[in-house]
Design a protein around this ligand. Structure first.
Ligand code: SF4
Ligand code: FE
Length: 480
């Protein structure tokens, strides 16, 4: 297993093509805006070496029998699924942001199931190929970006009817050596902190869309791949001298648009090619796993609740009954999120490939809660924090000889607490609910792993309505 330091060094060796603010980023590892997101992934390496976290952060490979980082593991039991949930919460609590590495783990697990299923029906050899690739990922302890979301163009049209045929990732050429792919993947959190990119289709495909039913893996710096970083509110605060105003100076998550411009993929890295009927199942498996993964938001919630309690104490308001009740409500919502992620893991089952998969219905119910509760927790945190959170002058003003003393004087709360501590905790709450981390805590809770409607469709599909009706009718004496 790599250490955090080795992980950082391994990224330096990659030759990424990254653009941000209109310019090429030559050295993403030391870039002030990107670095916090790299630090968050580095935590997944660091904690794996700490004896107290070994049980959650590592596992024994079913391929090699060696101890590996859990982020490269294929779940071999219900207990593995439960540990995955707990690992997500642990890391969310340590970073206060999206630590990005779960998507790759979820992609690997989904592919371990679906490549097996394609082979069983089509007589192909994808699973064998996939397992070789998996062994390589485990052996080198790699971070993989699981890339699913295509730009999608006109949402009312299927891939092959789009005016621009590249709105979904597709095969443009095929020969004995491999395939050539073109398209893009949007909103890829952590893409530039990953060694590998694993591409999957984003929706179920019909026969006419076969060219779009592809899955493959590439080194993230393969020729022809370009990354364009997204903007986040308050992102340029990370460029300031004094980082206090960022709220969470060390950690963050950062999204990129990943463009594949006629990129060659050798056959040994192709895991699906035109088996259109398996695009839907791959999306479903990945989505269910990733919906379980959102236990990370309970970990981030831990940070936000801790911040809300702290600011209440700094404001001298912690004993007010309504403040106490709001903190209880935040905890109730946060633990409800954790319950959902745990329950879909505990109700997991073994797939024909041997991989354990979460309960799909419960994973979707859990993720649906994730699209709501963090917003309510954030609302309560802002309520408890007070308006100063958004009117607080900058760190530079606090340092200025003209204004510093005045601000120190008037922005003091509880007289035992330095004003700087109050500023720090307010900035952290701002970061989580309005700033760069709100991307991960709120918007990603809403749209990551599928927007709310995607879960409602799955809930409708998975629920056994006939059974419920039979139960009701039986009790009141209706005989059909
Ligand atoms: Fe992992 Fe959560 Fe980030 Fe998804 S949003 S990659 S589950 S930390
Ligand atoms: Fe996500």
């Amino acid at each position: 297993m790599m250490t955090a330091q080795q992980y950082e060094e391994s990224l330096r060796k990659l030759n990424f093509v990254i653009y941000m603010f209109g310019e090429r980023v030559a050295n993403p590892v030391d870039n002030h805006i990107i670095r916090p997101s790299m630090n968050a992934v580095a935590k997944t390496y660091e904690l794996a070496h700490q004896p107290e976290h070994e049980d959650l952060m590592t596992a024994v490979s079913h391929l090699s029998g060696k101890r590996i980082n859990r982020f490269t593991h294929i779940h071999q039991s219900v207990s593995d699924l439960v540990k995955k949930t707990k690992m997500g919460r642990l890391l969310g609590a340590h970073t206060g942001c999206c630590f990005q590495r779960c998507v790759g783990m979820d992609a690997l697990n989904a592919l371990s199931i679906v490549t097996h299923d394609i082979d069983a029906k089509r007589g192909t050899k994808y699973n064998e190929r996939f397992l070789k690739y998996l062994a390589y990922v485990q052996e080198n302890d790699l971070t993989c970006d699981g890339a699913m979301t295509d730009p999608k163009g006109d949402r009312s049209l299927p891939p092959h009817k789009q005016q621009d045929p590249d709105m979904y990732m597709r095969v443009v050429k095929e020969d004995q050596e491999g395939i050539v792919v073109r398209g893009a993947k949007a909103h890829q959190t952590g893409a530039v902190n990953s060694h590998e990119v694993i591409v999957m289709p984003t929706i179920a495909m019909r026969q006419e869309d076969s060219d779009y039913a592809i899955s493959f893996a590439l080194p993230s710096d393969a020729e022809g791949i370009t990354y364009i970083m997204g903007r986040q509110s308050c992102d340029t605060r990370k460029l300031e001298q004094n980082l206090l105003d960022t709220g969470n100076p060390a950690f963050g998550g950062h999204e990129a648009l990943v463009i594949f411009d006629d990129v060659f993929v050798p056959w040994d890295r192709v895991f699906m090619c035109r088996e259109h009927e398996f695009a839907g199942p791959l999306v479903e498996k990945f989505a269910s796993y990733h919906r379980q993964s959102y236990a990370c938001k309970s970990g981030v919630g831990d940070v936000l609740i801790g911040a809300a309690q702290t600011v209440a104490e700094y404001n001298g308001a912690q004993k007010a009954s309504h403040i106490r009740d709001k903190i209880i409500e935040m905890n109730h919502l946060n633990e409800t999120l954790f319950c959902g992620s745990l329950s879909c893991a505990a109700e997991g089952h073994k797939e024909p490939s041997g991989t354990y998969c979460v309960n799909t219905l419960l994973a979707n119910v859990s993720k649906q809660n994730v699209t709501r509760f963090p917003y309510e927790i954030a609302r309560l945190a802002q309520d408890v924090a007070g308006g100063l959170m958004v009117t607080l002058p900058s760190a530079a003003d606090f340092q200025s000889p003209q204004t510093g003393q005045l601000l120190e004087k008037y922005y003091r709360g509880n007289s035992d607490v330095p004003t700087e501590s109050r500023r720090r905790i307010l900035r952290l709450i701002e970061n989580l609910t309005l700033g760069t981390a709100a991307v991960g805590y709120l918007t990603e809770s809403m749209h990551g792993a599928g927007s709310p409607q995607a879960q409602r469709i799955m809930i409708a599909r998975q629920v056994n309505m006939k059974l419920k009706q039979r139960l009701a009718k039986k009790l009141c004496g209706i005989e059909d």
